[in-house]
Each structure stands twice: as structure tokens, then as C-alpha cells.
Design a protein around this ligand. Structure first.
Ligand SMILES: Nc1ncnc2c1ncn2[C@@H]1O[C@H](COP(=O)(O)OP(=O)(O)OP(=O)(O)O)[C@@H](O)[C@H]1O
Length: 642
């Protein structure tokens, strides 16, 4: 049986992959390039260990996403007939361990996990009367404190926690004095509700292993082998947990430091770079890229060599076909959006790509909006991954709801508008009371006027309705789309700014939302008739809703594309200030942007098109071509091809 599996392995792996799979004598670091079969190595290694006689439930394999864990489980089942229960994300493995051993450190086995909403509610309770913006930053501060200073938090060493809170508060533009007390109270409330938040799952597991040697021993002895995927993206706490769990070097960590793109979330690339020295690990380099043609591998290797803070490895392509990387320049984003649908059709008709084999990737979602409209209009099926379909974005949706209310007398839109909490005061109960009026009165304006005097509404609700009435009456006077939108923004200037802040996670996202509002204004300028605009939006939204995912071009940010591959990839908006983002101000951040660009271009198997435009909405200045494009060697490139 084992002999047969070894034969299978030899037939289906390279020498290096085979070595990485079968080496079990000590800690192993598999440092690999993009498309070099990391996933294959992990799944085959789990299968190999099982075939060698290890019990499937004694193998721990940690991944970063549930999707990756499930795919691995399926593949191992195909190879061995077993589904190892400990192929899990870090968080999910920690939950299971804490349910069993948590009571040793005072955690009830039935502890609840706080969702994002629970966290928001708890911090609201702690920071009564404070703005949502401040509350969000405070949650960020707490995460930062727990992930980057676990030792102090675990020891409850308040001599250090207090000044760290002050320092972090200053960085996050929060009041330095309050932060520490908010942190303490947040922890108190969490305890009262018997919650653990996401960071606690890791932190409490670390506490268990660090301070309870018996538990550590038990868990260490239980797992006969440990594998960690995407090791380059581990944070401090995760790295320490792994350190406690391994024994006698029964561990393989796999990663690609070229693809470390989560520095902003606390990932520490140094964990990966130090592993070899720290654990005297054997290293296997997987240099053969099975995914992409030679030109793409060469282009990406040369690009990444410009990062000084990395250890470089030689990468080469299995497929020696030379299909040049195509770089296309456009005057502006409209020209770009006009041209790309034709290119996609060309790929489908002449290069054997189905729509599902094509992806459009971008650094930030706002770069894709004009293209989204154009692709959908031209009948190309698209899936916009995440919450980035333009007309569903919160900042755009709220304007559309208002226009539907005013110009289409849409009573349902009124309810939805209030539900979005753009204007405060209407919770579940308020909306329930309003429903009666919506059912009996015929126009939105009548409803608002009537309810404004209704006894059953609170003072705040009446104020909201009055503001809404005034807004409707002002905007109603305009009959061109862009003017009406502008009037809406001017009718609620402070409310709109506050709303944007409230729905944004950070400054960068806030800027992005402001840009999308400007994009919407320019879209409206090309659809001046308001009902025409609303009709167009309804049609585009409907088309997207009815797309068959299995036959659609996928649009997503580069972060969302990690680990995926397509026959053809279009990287949109390769301009300075956009990719790299203008927020990358330090050499280290530029290097992280370069790694992100590397991830983007290494998703392509055969065809890679990179576009850049000289002018984009929202930018007053002409844009320069991205330095990353210039770093791709000319011999790999064809300008204006495809
Ligand atoms: N030895 C091999 N022979 C043939 N194909 C292989 C081999 N190893 C890997 N592949 C193929 O190469 C492609 C990339 O492999 P995989 O997804 O495991 O790479 P990866 O290193 O995880 O990629 P990335 O980190 O860039 O997402 C897959 O289509 C895989 O089936």
C-alpha cells in the first residue's frame, strides 16, 4: 500500500516537493514561490503521514481561511479515505482546544464567541456618548494591544499596558487618557457576558500553553505532526502558539515571503525569515512554478528582486511558453473601460478562455467602478467579489434610496432609507410604527408630513422626519440627476460626512468612499434624466444578480485573489499613487505593495494584461505609470498588445 503511494508521489511531484513531503526527521521550512505547489505539498504530506500509520485525528494542519481548510480536507479524503478533523483555521483550532482545556484558566466550556456586532455593542456600552468613529478606533486599539503585546496583556502587567494604551491612542488619534480605562471596562463587560472575542481565542490559547505546562504537554503529546500553511502571514501570538505546540521538531511550515501582504493586520514576515535559525530547521525551496508561463514567472521574479528586505530565491517556469506580458496605456478610465470588454471577448473567442477563466484585479475597489458598468452594459457576465458591486456600496445605496423616494415615490425605499440609520432614531419599533402610515398614505411626502406630528413618535424621530421632509422638498426641485444628487449632499452635509465615517473602518476606506461618491456623480452626468438613471441602475443590478457564477468574469481586489488562479488576468490601474497606494509612505510599505503586485501578476497562468490610465476621476493631476510596471524587464513585455 505504502509502496503504491510512494510511486504515486514520485510520479506527481518534483524532487523538491517529494523531499518536502517525505522529510519528517526534524522541523522543516518549505519556502516556495507562487504556483509552486504549496497546497499540493501540504495535502500530500498529510496523506503520506496517514499512510505511514499516523492517526488522522493526531495531525494538526492550520490554514488561514475556512475555504483553504475545506479544500485540503476534501483532497486528503480523496487520497486516503479519511477526513482529518484537525485541518482547521488557527481560530477554529483554538476554539476546540479552549472548549476542552479552557476551564483550567477559568474559561467556561460553553463560552460564547463575540461577533463583530457584539464587540460593537460592548464598546458602545463602555463609551457612552462617544462617536462611532472613536468607538471603532478603540476596538482597533484593543486588537493591536492584544496581538502585538501579548506578554503584558497575559500577565495583566498594567505598568506597561497603561503607557502602551496611551501610545496607541495617540497613533489612532484617540484621547490618550481614556483609552486604558475603556480597555479595562471593555474587558469587564466581555467577562460579564461570558464572551471571548476573536483575538482572545488566540490569546487565551497562548495563556493556556504558556502558564499551564500540563495542558501544554497533553496537547503537545496529542498532536503527532503539525503543518502550518501561509506561515509568512502569522502574527506574534500565532507564532508563539505554534512554538508551544511543536515537540521534537514534528513540524512543517510552508510559506512564501514574497506573498506576505498582511503586515497591516499584524502579520510578521520576520517569523518566516527567522524560523530556520530559531528551530535549526531544514529548508526546502520549491522554485518551479507550475502555474504560469515563462514570461510571467520571469516578470514576477525580476519585479520582486527589487525588494531589499527579503531573502531571494530562484524561481523558474515549468511551462516554457513565451507569451509576452501585455501593458496597455489609456488616456483615461473611460477609454480603458471601453476597451477591456473587447479584450475579454477576444480572449473568449480566440484564446480558448471561458469567462470564468478570466479575472480583473485591482488595488482598490474604486478603480473598477466605471469598468463594472461597461462590462455589465455590454452583456459580459461578471461577479464582483465582496461588497464592491458599485450600486450596493453603502454610500451609493443611500443616495439611490433617497432618489427613489423622491422621484419614484417609492415607499419601500423610505423604510429602507430609515433602516440604514443615515438619519438617526428609527430602530425596529420606530419602523414598525411607521409601517402603518406607509400602508395607508399614498405618497412619501404625505407619510413624512403626517408622521412628523404623530404622537407615537419620539422627539428624535420627529426631528429626523422634519429633516427628511425638508430634504425631499429641496431635492424635488431638480430635474437633472447630477444636480439632484448634489442637492442631496448639500441638504445633509454633516449627516453625510458622519455617515461616511461611521461606515468606514479606517481613513483609507473613508477616502475610497468619498471617491465612489464622486464616481457616482460623474456616472449621473452621463444619465441626466433621473428616471433613466434609476432604471439603468435597476437593470444593471438585476443583470449582476442573475449571473451564473460558473460562467462569469471575476472582479476583485488583489487581497481577495490570494491563493487563486486564472488563465487570463487583467491588472487594472497600475499607476503611482494607486498601485502602490499613496498611503504607502515608507520603504517597508512600498515593499509590501510590491509583494501585492507580485501576488496580482502571479495569479495568471497564460495571459497577463496590465493597464494604466493617465487620468482618472478624483485625481486632479495626471497619473504616472507605476514603478512596478517599469520593473518588469522589457524582454517579457509587449506594449499595447492583445
Ligand atoms: N508537481 C506538479 N506537477 C504538476 N502540476 C503541479 C505540480 N505541483 C503543483 N502543480 C499545479 O500547479 C498549480 C499551483 O499549485 P498550488 O496551488 O498548490 O500552488 P501554491 O504554491 O499554493 O500557489 P500560490 O501560493 O501562488 O497560490 C496547481 O494548478 C497545481 O495543481
Amino acid at each position: 500500500m505504502m509502496q503504491k503511494f510512494i510511486r504515486f508521489l514520485k510520479q506527481n511531484t518534483t524532487k523538491e516537493q517529494y523531499e518536502a513531503i517525505t522529510y519528517t526527521k526534524g522541523p522543516l521550512l518549505v519556502t516556495a514561490g507562487a504556483g509552486s505547489g504549496k497546497t499540493r505539498v501540504i495535502t500530500f504530506k498529510i496523506a503520506y503521514l496517514i499512510k505511514k500509520g499516523l492517526s488522522p485525528d493526531r495531525i494538526l494542519a492550520v490554514t488561514f481561511t475556512n475555504k483553504a481548510a475545506n479544500e485540503m480536507k476534501e483532497r486528503v479524503k480523496e487520497l486516503t479515505g479519511f477526513t482529518p478533523p484537525w485541518i482547521r483555521t488557527f481560530h477554529s483550532a483554538c476554539v476546540r482546544i479552549l472548549r476542552k482545556y479552557g476551564p483550567v484558566i477559568g474559561i467556561k466550556p460553553e463560552f460564547k464567541i463575540a461577533t463583530e456586532t457584539d464587540q460593537k455593542n460592548m464598546i458602545k456600552e463602555v463609551m457612552k456618548g462617544q462617536k462611532e468613529r472613536e468607538r471603532k478606533r478603540m476596538l482597533l486599539l484593543i486588537t493591536n494591544l492584544k496581538n502585538n503585546h501579548p506578554a503584558y496583556v497575559l500577565r495583566q502587567d498594567h505598568r506597561f499596558i497603561q503607557p502602551i494604551c496611551r501610545k496607541l491612542a495617540l497613533q489612532l488619534r484617540l484621547k490618550a487618557n481614556g483609552a486604558y480605562y475603556y480597555y479595562l471596562n471593555y474587558e469587564k463587560i466581555k467577562k460579564k457576558y461570558e464572551y471571548l472575542d476573536f483575538d482572545d481565542l488566540l490569546l487565551k490559547s497562548l495563556e493556556l500553553f504558556q502558564f499551564q505546562p500540563e495542558v501544554r504537554k497533553k496537547v503537545q503529546n496529542y498532536f503527532e505532526y503539525i503543518l502550518v500553511d501561509e506561515y509568512q502571514d502569522t502574527n506574534n501570538v500565532q507564532e508563539q502558539i505554534i512554538g508551544h505546540l511543536m515537540r521534537k521538531g514534528n513540524i512543517t511550515v510552508v510559506g512564501d515571503d514574497y506573498q506576505s501582504i498582511y503586515g497591516f493586520r499584524g502579520a510578521v514576515i520576520q517569523n518566516f525569515l527567522d524560523f530556520k535559525k530559531k528551530y535549526q530547521a531544514k529548508t526546502v525551496v520549491l522554485g518551479c512554478n507550475f502555474r504560469s508561463v515563462k514570461t510571467i514567472v520571469e516578470a514576477s521574479s525580476k519585479l520582486i528582486k527589487n525588494n531589499l528586505g527579503q531573502v531571494h530565491k530562484d524561481l523558474y517556469a515549468y511551462d516554457k511558453t513565451e507569451i509576452p506580458v501585455c501593458i496597455k496605456s489609456f488616456e483615461d478610465e473611460y477609454q480603458e473601460a471601453q476597451c477591456i470588454p473587447g479584450i475579454i471577448r477576444g480572449l473568449a473567442e480566440h484564446r480558448g478562455c471561458d469567462y470564468k477563466d478570466i479575472a480583473v484585479l485591482y488595488r482598490s475597489a474604486y478603480i473598477s467602478y466605471i469598468l463594472q458598468h461597461e462590462l455589465i452594459k455590454q452583456g459580459i457576465p461578471v461577479i464582483v467579489v465582496g461588497n464592491n458591486f458599485f450600486f450596493k456600496k453603502k454610500e451609493i445605496k443611500i443616495i439611490i434610496l433617497f432618489l427613489r423616494m423622491v422621484f419614484q415615490n417609492d415607499k419601500l425605499a423610505l423604510m429602507q432609507f430609515l433602516e440604514e440609520n443615515f438619519l438617526k432614531g428609527f430602530g425596529k419599533k420606530g419602523l414598525e410604527r411607521l409601517k402603518k402610515y406607509v400602508e395607508t398614505l399614498s405618497t412619501v411626502l404625505d407619510i413624512v408630513k403626517e408622521t412628523e406630528c404623530g404622537k407615537e413618535f419620539t422627539r428624535q424621530q420627529k426631528m429626523t422626519l422634519r429633516a427628511l421632509k425638508e430634504g425631499i422638498e429641496t431635492v424635488k426641485k431638480y430635474n437633472k440627476s447630477a444636480d439632484a444628487i448634489q442637492a442631496f449632499l448639500e441638504a445633509f452635509p454633516n449627516v453625510f460626512s458622519r455617515y461616511l465615517i461611521a461606515i468606514s473602518d479606517d481613513k483609507e476606506q473613508l477616502q475610497e468612499r468619498k471617491r465612489s461618491v464622486n464616481e457616482f456623480l460623474s456616472f449621473a452626468k452621463s444619465h441626466q434624466d433621473i428616471n433613466g438613471l434609476l432604471e439603468e441602475i435597476a437593470l444593471l443590478t438585476d443583470k449582476v444578480a442573475n449571473v451564473n457564477e460558473k460562467d462569469a468574469v471575476h472582479l476583485m481586489t488583489v487581497h481577495q485573489a490570494k491563493g487563486l488562479e486564472w488563465k487570463a488576468v487583467i491588472v487594472l490601474g497600475a499607476e503611482e499613487e494607486i498601485f502602490p497606494t499613496r498611503h504607502a509612505l515608507t520603504p517597508a510599505k512600498i515593499e509590501e505593495e510590491r509583494r501585492l503586485f507580485y501576488v496580482a501578476i502571479t495569479r495568471a497562468k497564460k495571459y497577463l494584461l496590465i493597464t494604466h490610465a493617465f487620468w482618472r476621476n478624483n485625481w486632479d493631476n495626471a497619473l504616472k505609470i507605476s514603478r512596478f510596471v517599469k520593473e518588469i524587464p522589457r524582454e517579457c513585455v509587449i506594449e499595447d498588445g492583445l
